[in-house]
Design a protein around this ligand. Structure first.
Ligand SMILES: Nc1ncnc2c1ncn2[C@@H]1O[C@H](COP(=O)(O)OP(=O)(O)O)[C@@H](O)[C@H]1O
Ligand SMILES: [Mg+2]
Length: 236
């Protein structure tokens, strides 16, 4: 849980880490990701308390060293961090923007992800609510889970694109073709192995949905692919 506070006249964020948990959701997603070879969706351990705080601190330091725009840690306590304000969430910017504005934000966000990946970085859950935009630069927040504990870098970077595409899709319900074109263009410079894994996983998700339709199990198997992404993006 994160809440805005004022510290020395500046806006900041108090982030408190509750108990771990989500054991059932994690077990279901682990089973689905193994059964259907969806490596990029394998759930990282979801810790709580000081352990979650320590993962977030370590990840923030790693990302900063990789030149990624992440908030500074300005304080810490038991199961708590105090972070600098990184600006409004990308989700709030997308909600407020018109169509052209949304497209510009998505292009900027993809460029930021791609550039970070080139520096060896990965995120885990780059959904619009875990990204920021202060009018100048895209930033990234929320790092209490580390995907590299359960997958390699290529899979983790592929996971980022799946998460990002899933996260922005709801702003393109009426313009799916435009999003498709933006993604295709934005992914142009990504490593081939990352694209191949993202392609394989999204292909398997789509196959699952189609296969189910052909068998008349539409709800069930289409549900599996939706459930997989849904669980993988569960708000913590
Ligand atoms: N440093 C920050 N700068 C700007 N907004 C933040 C910051 N930290 C948290 N937030 C806001 O609080 C929300 C929840 O924080 P987050 O780190 O994503 O925690 P959670 O684990 O609860 O998802 C974010 O979606 C964002 O709106
Ligand atoms: Mg979050």
């Amino acid at each position: 849980m994160a809440e805005p506070i004022v510290l020395h006249g500046q806006r900041a964020w108090l982030k408190q880490y509750g108990p771990g948990g989500r054991a059932l959701a994690s077990a279901v997603l682990t089973w689905i990701s193994r059964r259907f070879q969806l490596d990029a969706l394998r759930p990282p351990p979801h810790r709580g308390g000081d352990a979650a705080r320590d993962v977030e601190m370590r990840r923030l330091a790693e990302l900063k060293a990789q030149d990624v725009n992440v908030p500074e840690v300005i304080g810490s306590g038991r199961a708590t961090l105090v972070l600098c304000d990184n600006g409004p969430s990308l989700a709030s910017c997308l909600r407020a923007a018109d169509e052209g504005g949304c497209d510009e934000l998505v292009v900027l966000a993809m460029r930021a992800i791609e550039q970070a990946h080139r520096n060896g970085a990965y995120f885990g859950q780059p959904l619009p609510r875990n990204m920021t935009y202060d009018g100048r630069a895209i930033g990234f927040i929320d790092f209490e889970e580390d995907p590299l504990e359960v997958m390699d870098l290529t899979q983790a970077q592929a996971r980022d694109w799946l998460m990002f595409a899933y996260g922005v899709a709801k702003y393109y319900r009426h313009r799916p073709g435009v999003l498709q074109a933006l993604l295709t263009k934005g992914l142009g410079d990504e490593r081939a192995s990352v694209l191949a894994h993202a392609h394989a996983v999204s292909g398997r998700l789509r196959q699952l949905a189609r296969f189910s339709l052909s068998l008349g199990y539409s709800r069930r198997a289409a549900g599996v692919s939706i459930l997989a992404i849904h669980l993988a993006t569960l708000r913590v």
